[in-house]
Write a protein that binds this ligand. Structure first.
Ligand code: FES
Length: 161
C-alpha cells in the first residue's frame, strides 16, 4: 500500500463504503466518497472499492478514468489553472498552457515531482474581459502574456514557501 493511502482515513473510508456498497450504481458515489477523504484515488483505493462492491478493479478504474472529476494522482499543494473558455482561448490561453507545461514539466491533470504545483484547465470563470487568465489557487492573473508565465510561477513560489 502506498504511503498516501496507508493511514487512519482508510478505516473511515472502509466503513463508509460498507454503507454505500449495496446501492445501485455504487461505484461513482464510492469514488466520490474516497476522493473527498483522500483528495485523489490511488490504486489501493480503487482495489478497496472493487473488493467492497464485488466488481473488478478494471471496472472501477474505468469509471474513475472516464470522469474528469476523479483524480488518479495526488493533488499538488497549489493548483495552477488556465482558463480555456472561448474568450481566453482566442487570446492565446493555449500558448500559456503550453508554457506552463514546459516550465513545470507536467501535463494537465498532473502534479510536479515536489508536490508543489498541480495543473488543470477550467472553462470560463466569468472574467472574460481580463482574458487570457491563469490562476494559482484563488489568485487570478489577468491578461497574461506567455513571457510572463515563468515569473508568475517563480514569484508565487517564492512568496508561498
Ligand atoms: S473565457 Fe476565460 S474567463 Fe471567460
Amino acid at each position: 500500500m502506498s504511503q498516501f493511502c496507508k493511514d487512519s482515513k482508510f478505516n473511515t473510508l472502509s466503513k463508509r463504503l460498507d454503507l454505500i456498497k449495496n446501492m445501485k450504481g455504487a461505484v461513482i458515489p464510492s469514488l466520490q466518497e474516497a476522493q473527498s477523504i483522500y483528495g485523489y484515488l490511488c490504486p489501493e483505493i480503487i482495489e478497496l472499492i472493487a473488493n467492497k462492491l464485488n466488481v473488478s478493479t478494471e471496472q472501477v478504474y474505468g469509471v474513475a478514468s472516464f470522469y474528469s472529476q476523479f483524480k488518479l494522482q495526488p493533488i499538488g499543494k497549489h493548483r495552477v489553472s488556465v482558463c480555456l473558455g472561448t474568450a481566453c482561448y482566442v487570446k492565446g490561453a493555449d500558448e500559456i498552457l503550453k508554457k506552463i507545461i514546459q516550465i513545470l514539466e507536467i501535463e494537465e491533470g498532473e502534479t510536479t515531482k515536489d508536490g508543489y504545483f498541480s495543473l488543470d484547465t477550467v472553462r470560463c470563470v466569468g472574467c472574460c474581459s481580463l482574458a487570457p487568465l491563469m490562476m494559482i489557487d484563488e489568485k487570478l492573473y489577468a491578461k497574461v502574456k506567455v513571457e510572463e508565465v515563468e515569473n508568475i510561477l517563480n514569484t508565487f513560489k517564492s512568496e508561498n514557501k
